[in-house]
Design a protein. Structure first.
Length: 87
């Protein structure tokens, strides 16, 4: 007779497969909101949403963002060092 009982490898493989499928399903459900592009609203639309209502109640205004400057100012600080081998 054998000293150890027989290991049922099929049952262990089935349990591992079931656990991995459950984990894959949970991960898929957690990232499903990243599959769609975000909804971008204009300031007029945002003013009628819940956040806009709270902002108006607090006395804030919802305005569009300023356009970027055509010429950006140079940052303060030292210039970056040139690489030793500029190839």
């Amino acid at each position: 007779m054998h000293e150890r009982p027989h290991i049922d490898r099929v049952r262990l493989a089935a349990m591992a497969a079931a656990i991995s499928l459950a984990c894959a399903a949970v991960l898929t459900l957690q990232i499903r909101d990243r599959w769609q592009s975000p909804e971008i609203k204009s300031p007029d639309q945002a003013a009628h949403e819940t956040t806009g209502q709270v902002a108006h109640a607090a006395g804030a205004q919802i305005l569009p963002t300023d356009p970027p400057l055509s010429v950006e100012p140079k940052p303060d600080g030292p210039k970056q060092a040139q690489p030793a081998n500029p190839e």
